[in-house]
Design a protein. Structure first.
Lengths: 151, 280
């Protein structure tokens, strides 16, 4: 997808009292089979796009970067990720395209944008380097979003 | 499990290689590096440039990065061993050749360092400007070319010194490693773009090696700053896929024959008769 907008998320309980130490946004099962890209995260800005400024934007929570695998150069089946070891005797490393986990601290932005609210949204925007220019791209695929608060 | 060390060097201070910034290379050192890379490129054996590039990406894909299946504890040790073996292969071609590190913060105005950007050197193609791509891939994309290409972004988007310092300040090793991999390493791969921008072809671009030497240097700086090797002892016996080398073998750069000294100065002492000042 070229953009992900979360459903309204509940502020983790400690946040209601602004006593949490830090909050991480987690992405599980992240696809990295294509080109490299950045993922920009915005809090309470459902309209954010690749053109939305990041400098000085209080909704911008930060970015993380995905090192893409690149195009599939192999023969048929080369880039198919098996669900796991094919037998108890299969000790090979995981397939290179095994989905990734990524996390991003969003503590300060969350405090500033949703400190007094019980619900907020997270918008994730993938941005690729195309010909030396940042450009929105249909690259963001993942299985689960996590919000982990630590007090 | 106890750490099984590599064969101890006979004289640890002898021939210790000092990897320097690409911006501080002497002309002699740059010439040696270019000479070694140029000699590796046409080789079709296991001393050749394509052989080493093919370990990281196509066709072997043995590089270690973070996945969804655990912490990325092999990212730094694996790449340190990989650089170590590549540097030895460089020296097989030119004994004076050394890896250099790409100081990203120092490139936030000019972008790709001139040593890697210049297309021609004294009328000859610059060996560091691009590398050969394998031409026998089964399923090449339409834009597959004989040599690597770059599409660098805005230099101001390279990591600044402040961001580098923030990452170095992280005390937990796993958190440091993940931040170094994802926030700095991944970012620069994508910033260079083109073939450097994807795992399959990145190591075929000569600047890959300067980029990863910077990553390795930051691990070395972190080790000094936090007085810790990083990986926990229960990972030391883990093989890295390069012969006998294990995680424990690559924790100390000096055991591998190099360091990242900020400056090096040697003063030769004139030979004297050791008994000259003795009174009898």
């Amino acid at each position: 997808m070229d953009r992900y907008v979360s459903p309204p998320l509940t502020v983790p309980p400690p946040a209601k009292h602004s006593t949490y130490d830090h909050v991480d946004l987690e992405l599980h099962g992240l696809d990295h089979s294509g080109e490299s890209f950045a993922v920009r995260a915005f809090v309470n800005d459902t309209e954010a796009t690749a053109q939305t400024p990041t400098e000085g934007n209080p909704a911008y929570a930060g970015s993380f970067y995905v090192f893409g695998h690149g195009p599939c150069l192999g023969d048929e089946g080369h880039c198919e990720v098996p669900p796991g070891p094919v037998s108890p005797y299969d000790f090979r490393d995981p397939h290179p395209l095994t989905p990734q986990y990524q996390s991003l601290p969003i503590t300060d932005t969350l405090r500033a944008r949703a400190g007094g609210e019980s619900k907020f949204t997270v918008t994730l925007v993938p941005v690729a380097n195309r010909g030396g220019k940042p450009e929105g791209a249909d690259l963001l695929y993942f299985g689960r979003l996590g919000l982990i608060a630590y007090s | 499990m106890p750490l099984t060390p590599l064969r101890a060097p006979q004289n640890p201070s002898q021939d210790l290689r000092h990897r320097v910034s690409v911006f501080n290379l002497t002309q002699q050192a740059l010439t040696a590096l270019r000479d070694a890379v140029a000699k590796m490129k046409p080789r079709g054996d296991n001393k050749g440039f394509e052989y080493f590039a093919g370990i990281h990406g196509w066709p072997q894909f043995r590089c270690q990065h973070s996945t969804d299946q655990g912490q990325a504890f092999l990212f730094l040790p694996w790449h340190r061993a990989y650089l170590y073996l590549f540097e030895l292969a460089l020296q097989d071609q030119n004994q004076q050749a050394r890896l250099c590190w790409w100081d990203w913060p120092a490139s936030r105005q000019a972008g790709i360092p001139p040593a890697y950007e210049e297309q021609d050197v004294e009328g000859q193609p610059n060996p560091l400007a691009s590398g050969p791509l394998p031409q026998n891939v089964p399923n090449p994309p339409p834009n597959w070319s004989p040599t690597t290409q770059r599409e660098p972004g805005n230099p101001a988007e390279l990591p600044g010194q402040e961001v580098v310092e923030e990452v170095l300040a992280i005390s937990d090793y796993y958190a440091f490693e993940l931040a170094l991999e994802r926030q700095l390493h991944n970012n620069v791969h994508g910033w260079v773009g083109g073939d450097m921008g994807v795992i399959a072809t990145s190591a075929y671009d000569p600047i890959f090696w300067a980029h990863h030497t910077m990553v390795d240097r930051l691990w070395s700086l972190w080790q000094s700053k936090h007085a810790s090797p990083g990986p926990p002892p229960d990972t030391y016996a883990r093989p890295l896929g390069f012969g006998k080398l294990t995680v424990g073998d690559v924790l100390d750069t000096k055991r591998l024959g190099y360091d990242y000294a900020a400056s090096v100065q040697h003063v030769d002492v004139p030979a004297e008769d050791p008994h000259a000042n003795h009174q009898h």
